[in-house]
Design a protein around this ligand. Sequence first.
Ligand SMILES: [Zn+2]
Ligand SMILES: [Zn+2]
Length: 389
Amino acid sequence: MSTHTELRAHVAAVLPQIIAFRHDLHAHPELSGSEENTARKVAEALTAAGIPHETKIGGMNGIVATVQGGKGTGKTIALRGDMDALPITEENNVPYKSQNPGVMHACGHDGHTANLLGTALVLNALKDSFAGTVKFFFQPAEETVSGASTMVAAGCMEGVDAVLMLHGWPDFAAGQLGLRVGPAMASSDSWRLTIQGEGGHAAYPHKTVDPVFVSAQLVTALQSLVSRELSPTEPVVVTVAMLHAGTARNIIAEKAELAGTVRTLNKAIRDSMPERMERIIKGICDSFRATYAFTFSPGTPPVINDEGIVALVREVGEELFGTENLITLKEPTMGAEDFSFYLEHAPGAMIRLGTGCPYLLHTPKYDFGDAPLETGMLLMAETTRRFLQ
Ligand SMILES: [Zn+2]
Ligand SMILES: [Zn+2]
């Protein structure tokens, strides 16, 4: 337990700086891909602590910092925090309220970035207590799901044996952790479809090919993938989110434009969805004499948490915070996280960190708060040291 005393002292020592750092980020949020000032502040803090780091990873605002353990070479673990904010006008009245109109940290990435910086400072101070390497991924553009894939493409996962992240979670009280083995969040892919018909007078439908009629069949038929074709025990979402056609009440449209999303927890099902969808689209368009153009754009894979890494986090969490503060999540969610791109290259886990905020993520009153920072730093730092032992 003596190491925990030492660890707690180091976390307590950096906490005021990290709270102030989060307030500064919260007051000056930056949208996905525009995190220049956020990244500059992170880099300045790393420089001040003497922690080596690379900036502008993959041409974006990502930073990879490295702390080398003093006990020699060993395994490598990566810790990830995202830095971007959302196009939402903040409705909180806090001293650190957003000063950038229409932009706010409504997903709590201010907390994630501050937590990761604090963990870097603590592990840098404790580096003589472990072997191996810790990498810190300060990631841009999570909300637009281009940050993680860019960092991975730039090679940041080379030689990494495990990867870990925390996401602030308003459902749990501050200080509580939500753990789940296996699928934690869904894949998120998008698709677009143009149904080409033949327009004409609304009074003479027999002289047209009506793309609105074809769209109506399709919207219904696509749901048969979920209800009649895939196992009821496998969660899959097929959503037609956009459907645009027509210009006037007495004209049959030339074409209809549809778009939507597909979510699933199962990689094999995910890979099969473009073929399944196109088979139904083609069948219906052929039946009704329409033609089509279909594009399926892969987004993020599902987040699948590794059993061994979650067990390690649980062991450390129980020691630090007691069993009563560890919650086992019964269900995954169908939301997405681009953290899954790192998981394609090493086992890892996304851990939910309770914020106790009464408001939902992505809403104008969400606030990560200061209370979860101590928990987050303790957990990340000690899990890292334990992994590297
Ligand atoms: Zn978000
Ligand atoms: Zn988020």
